[in-house]
Design a binder for this molecule. Sequence first.
Ligand SMILES: Cc1cc2nc3c(=O)[nH]c(=O)nc-3n(C[C@H](O)[C@H](O)[C@H](O)COP(=O)(O)OP(=O)(O)OC[C@H]3O[C@@H](n4cnc5c(N)ncnc54)[C@H](O)[C@@H]3O)c2cc1C
Length: 420
Amino acid sequence: MSVKEKQKKVAVIGGGTAGYMAAAHITKHFPCFDLYHIYDSRIPTIGVGEGTQANFPDWLEQITGLDFDELQQRCYVTRKFAIQFENWGTKNKQFLHNFHPIKKEYGYHISAKSLVNLLEEHVSATRIDKKIIDIKSDGISVHLTFEDLTKLDVDLAFDASGFPKALPNSDSTEISLIPTNAALIHRGSAVDFNSATRSIARPYGWIFIIPLTTQTSYGYVYNNSINSISEIEADLNQFLQEENVKPLGEAKHLTFPNFMRQTFFDGSLFKLGNAASFLEPLEATALGVTLAQICYGSHYLKELSEFTDRSENFAPSKVKASNEFLTTMLWKVALFVGWHYACGSCFDTEFWHFAKSNFNQEMKNLKNETLLRTFKRCLEAGSDLNTQLFFPKLDSFRETFAGFTPASFCEIGYGIGYYS
Ligand SMILES: Cc1cc2nc3c(=O)[nH]c(=O)nc-3n(C[C@H](O)[C@H](O)[C@H](O)COP(=O)(O)OP(=O)(O)OC[C@H]3O[C@@H](n4cnc5c(N)ncnc54)[C@H](O)[C@@H]3O)c2cc1C
């Protein structure tokens, strides 16, 4: 038997940011596998996702070996130290949600397209440019069928093929805590203020401003069952005029589901990125969650690389525990993001009435008592923090809520006026 035949086969499905992140990560950390990177280049990627969390810079530098200046040259990166909220809640005109130095005190703003181009240079895999028409997984191996009816069987596959084609479905849970489901995105030229993402409440939703060195993204996030696209276009245009921004090129309109899979991993198929879950981009959590998913999936890759047969860590009870962990992580992120709407905004409009009442109602509908207790504890820790000396105390906090520290709760809670 040749070496190649003995190697275990791993596939990554998807050529978007999540797929390339997974493929580059496996190339770097698990060169022992026979890696297949599969996507159909006729199916476009979502092409957005430019704000990242503090877990991203170190990971990217490790994968590419490039320092900040080199990344800036290649991907127009700026350092993101915070999100600046404007007009959120009814108390403060403006407040910051900073990154707190648990890992790094900043994330990146990064060009989604250039990031994929860069990661491509760090993927070593058999590239298959075909449409997959069927994925069957029995928890031990994954059987892929392509459009031309050829097949490929692999030991483990990461499915990063983007939003599920039909939602709701029996393997997904809708996250109705989040009141938005669509976005209109424009680009403009570079701006001077690029050390934070701006998140500006508007009558029909909110606008993100993500500044790269060469250009800036403006995204109006809203609910299309409350407001029409023409209302959003008019308000975004007015905002751009107020900011003296001349839009570059055509606007892009996207709708998105807020959902998570009921099964992220079944023992051989691991769902990743938008194929696994999605939440509106208010805290720019998607790539951070994807990275956390990849790191979590790496435990299984390690097991697979070290044992000839499947180790006991692939036992159904362990796989079930993994799903519970990944589900809880997503619910924590959803609760934290949904909470931003708890006090509405300075706008007395249908969207903000809905956003506020929806949060309160959905909190009542939540049945997971443990999760709610943990959330409440973090709310209390955040509230207490304001009475203490802020930064010197940070190191002493052990409990985070999917990475959000009591300091995050403090800044958002006092910022929106949730804490009196
Ligand atoms: C408005 C908006 C703003 C966002 N902002 C942020 C942000 O600031 N920060 C952040 O972290 N995230 C953000 N996101 C999320 C982010 O864009 C995504 O999480 C990220 O791009 C990952 O996408 P993906 O790779 O999972 O899917 P996609 O980009 O959709 O890629 C899917 C891939 O799968 C392939 N594919 C699909 N079906 C098949 C098939 N049958 N056979 C073969 N190949 C197939 C496609 O060709 C494609 O390559 C935002 C999302 C939205 C909607």
